[in-house]
Write a protein that binds this ligand. Sequence first.
Ligand code: FAD
Length: 404
Amino acid sequence: MHSCDVAIIGGGLIGCAAAFYLTRLGKRVIVLESDALNGGASGRNAGSLHFQLEYRLLEYQEQLQDHIAHLVPFTRRAIEQWRGLETLLGEDLELVMHGGIMVAETADQLQRLQQKYEFETRHGMQLELLSRSELRARAPYLDDRVQGALYCADEGHCNPRYLTLAYARAAQRLGAVFHTGSRVHSVQRLRHEWALATVASVAGDAEHGGRADYRCDTILNAAGAWAADVGRLAGVHLPIFPVGLTMNVTEEAPPLVGHLVQHVGRRLSMKQVREGNLLIGGGWSARLPELTGTGSAAARPLYRSVCGNLATAAEVVPALRKLHLLRTWTGVTGVTADQLPLLGEVPQLPRYFVAAGGSGFTFGPTYAELISQLIAAGETAYPIAPFSPARFSHINMFMREAGH
Ligand SMILES: Cc1cc2nc3c(=O)[nH]c(=O)nc-3n(C[C@H](O)[C@H](O)[C@H](O)COP(=O)(O)OP(=O)(O)OC[C@H]3O[C@@H](n4cnc5c(N)ncnc54)[C@H](O)[C@@H]3O)c2cc1C
């Protein structure tokens, strides 16, 4: 039997970063991960730090305006945090924050950029609206079809293969314990504490974790796209849904694209990484496997997504046409019912917290820092009430209270 103050379910970016912040706040932490650390979305994503509102949020902006406004102070904290991350963790993360542009090709898209600019700057974001000629001077690699862009000086990218593991190493140095190969399959509320049980995620893999029992005061559900499955183990619904996404990477090229490039009306994100490869994504779907709840299943690539993504990229940056595609891969991320993060204590479950939701690479360090403050001190430096799972309490009104 293992015991700790906080058991974190999920060893992705949010789980590992929370392990770091919680141990720093004096908590005894065990992270339970069904597979390997960083094997989920956190190690498979595009690594974009997109602080501007994204395409996916914009599509429904009118309905979501009030809610989205809450993301802006949060974004300012995320920018501050990213600027100090390599120093904090003491590692090279291939982090660059040299600016990002969100481009528009049509009059309609330009109008959306203008509205977006007004909305975001009204809420305190620092953005620059670039005309076609200003854009030509700053980003000569763009095709002539691009008419304008919104520039955010803080945007950039970071290597997703490094960040989570850097947090895990830093947490380990402070005393956090990591049990990998340990899938949580039972969660029970006892009188004053939680009881969890794990099994090996791969049959017979006793060497890397497996069957064990845990007691803790607090649970943090950081199971990403699988947070709903993990929630059900404790008797609650958490409205987060798995989505399969596609990524593409080209061969190495000489310096070409000097920004994070996104599109206001098409699915596109692009950046050139330190080795010279261009990473291309932006929300093209991949086929989801039968979801097992283990967090290990990879989505299958779809040919039409790969072609659609590359064609879009080559239309915006024509020099890409000369490059070979090196590799395509997929990942599974979690999208909440209203696209906002799920961050806070679950009202039906005492001392049961969740931290999950979209754009979790850009905002993962911030979700983790704030949820750790809430767990350890009962309050946070930035308001997170708008993201509380309490906003979905109505879907849990007929669920049993765990342990009753
Ligand atoms: C292809 C792709 C591109 C993306 N691009 C970007 C981007 O550019 N910028 C951005 O901000 N965001 C991006 N995202 C989203 C981002 O990657 C995720 O929001 C973020 O990584 C989520 O981190 P997490 O720790 O919540 O989840 P994960 O990294 O998925 O970690 C969850 C972990 O929980 C484990 N788990 C699940 N069930 C159990 C269980 N029962 N017991 C124990 N462990 C369990 C899983 O094995 C997994 O390791 C992208 C996502 C994908 C898939």
